[in-house]
Design a protein around this ligand. Sequence first.
Ligand code: ZN
Length: 129
Amino acid sequence: MEKSMIAPCGMNCELCVSRQRKKKKCPGCRGGDGNKPAGCVNCVIRNCVSLPKSGFCYDCERRCARLKSLDKRYRTKYGMSMLENLEDISESGIEAFVRREEKRWMCPSCGATLCVHRDVCLSCGARWK
Ligand SMILES: [Zn+2]
C-alpha cells in the first residue's frame, strides 16, 4: 500500500469499492478527479483550504461536521473509524500506519486487500466480516 492512498480524513482509499473494481478504478482521494465518485470529488474535507501541513486532519482542531459524520457512518456501517485512523497516524506516523493497514486488511484466504464496503473478499469471495 502507498501512503498517498490515505486520505486527509483517515480513509484508506485502497479499501474502497471504487478503487477495487476492475474497470474505471478511482485514483484515490489525492489523485485526479477522473473515475472518482461525486461524493469524493465534492467532499469538503478533500477541498478544505486549511488542510494542515501534515496533509491530515489530525492536527486540525476544527473537527468539522463532515469528518464527524463520515466517522460515524463508517463506524456503524463498516466497522472502521476515520478518527481512530487519524489518531494512529498522529501517534505512530503514516509509514507505520500503512504497514499496519496492510496486515489488518489482508484477506486470510487469498492475501488480497479486503474491501471495507463489502463483507466478502472481492478477489476470492471469502466472507471475512
Ligand atoms: Zn480473498
